[in-house]
Design a binder for this molecule. Structure first.
Ligand SMILES: [Zn+2]
Length: 371
């Protein structure tokens, strides 16, 4: 294993953060990129990375790393150091207010223009050319701020990977995934190995989150060069939501790390016999069918159903109680579906989204991700 240190743009004299990546195997083979805790206060992934590293070290010692595996155990050194009044602020950069998982620079059109004259009917060669040009374009991306330099560094490590896993978590949730629709055939296998209850599918959900900036070039280039040059979906990129923020537990993390190893073995990046493909415990649903449950008023929030429950439209999922008027507001499910995530705080303000139910029908339009 080799350790690489990537200095970020210094925000002030005497201060410089760095991103650290761990590299297994050799380049020029199938590549997996795995990062943890891009939202720096979402820590289950960091513990999974710890267990993953132990497993990868042992596999390397026994000569079983057949592909290239890049592990970034802490993807957000900026967010890790942001505290406000004893609270960890890991989702948004305090200086700009920007979400660490949005606004990755789009190099798709630049790269298409640069490479078009060299493309041919050889799909594998097209992939190699596009990856080289994409990596070059990413490295040339101008940056003015530390946050932009973090985004560029993460992209430079991941943009040429066949498999990208971005390990996050929700507030309280069952294990679920986000991926772009063209990735679903490959992601379905990952979902089975991970035991995901749900995969939320969208194609360009808006605001360029990290997973989409890795998968999106391929289907966009495939559309652009349709009937001219073959461009496969050369990157499976997935946001893995490892349950809730408090689910930082050795037994869970050890099992999640093993499931990732099993998937990488199935894909041939680790040599040896992969376990049989497990049966699916969930399904794929449109991200546009994931409907928030909103509180119409403020008060003490208490849930009647747990994350993971299958619920019916109109079913009461939570109460919001105003102890002064003694009024109890019933929060009902907007659709039939899986109650896959809910808030961890227990005071709701008016208009607050306190839970999410994934139905089968796409009902929302516009930008599909929350803040
Ligand atoms: Zn997150």
């Amino acid at each position: 294993m080799q350790t690489s240190r990537h200095p970020l743009l210094s925000p002030a004299p005497g201060t410089q953060r760095e991103l650290i990546s761990l590299h297994y195997g050799r380049s020029g083979t199938e590549k997996a990129y795995i990062q943890a805790s891009l939202h720096a206060d979402e820590l289950p992934g960091m513990l999974v990375a710890h267990h993953l590293r132990q497993q990868l070290d042992a596999l390397e010692a026994s000569g079983r790393i057949a592909g290239e595996i890049v592990l970034v155990p802490m993807a957000n050194p900026i967010g890790l150091s942001q505290f406000l009044l004893h609270g960890h602020m890991g989702r948004f950069e305090l200086n700009s207010g920007e979400n660490f998982n949005r606004h990755y620079p789009d190099q798709i059109a630049n790269v298409a223009t640069a490479v078009e004259s060299e493309l041919s009917d050889d799909a594998a060669r097209n992939v190699r050319l596009l990856r080289l040009a994409l990596r070059e374009a990413v490295l040339q991306t101008p940056v003015d701020t530390e946050l932009q330099s973090l985004r560029r560094t993460l992209m430079s490590l991941s943009c040429d990977a066949d498999i990208v896993l971005d390990l996050h978590c929700d507030a309280e949730a069952v294990l679920h995934l986000y991926t772009e629709t063209p990735c679903w055939p490959e992601c379905e296998v990952l979902a089975r190995f991970l035991g995901a209850r749900l995969t939320l599918l969208a194609q360009d959900s808006g605001d360029r989150p990290f997973d989409e900036i890795c998968s999106q070039p391929w289907w966009r280039w495939a559309e652009q060069f349709k009937h001219r040059f073959p461009i496969p979906q050369a990157c499976l990129s997935v946001t893995v939501e490892l349950r809730g923020q408090a689910d930082v537990d050795h037994a869970l993390a050890r099992r999640d790390a093993q499931h990732i190893i099993d998937f990488l073995t199935h894909r041939g990046l680790i040599s040896g016999q992969a376990p049989a493909l497990p049966a699916a415990v969930g399904d794929a649903r449109p991200l546009a069918g994931s409907i928030p449950v909103k509180s119409p008023s403020a008060g003490v929030l208490t849930f009647l159903r747990d994350a993971g429950a299958m619920v019916r439209a109109g079913e009461v999922l939570a109460h919001v109680i105003d102890p002064l008027s003694n009024q109890v507001s019933e929060l009902t499910s907007p659709v039939d579906g899986l109650l896959f995530a809910r808030e961890s705080v227990r005071f709701a303000h008016a208009g607050m989204k306190v839970a999410k139910v994934a139905g089968l029908t796409a009902l929302r339009t516009g930008k599909l991700l929350g803040d």
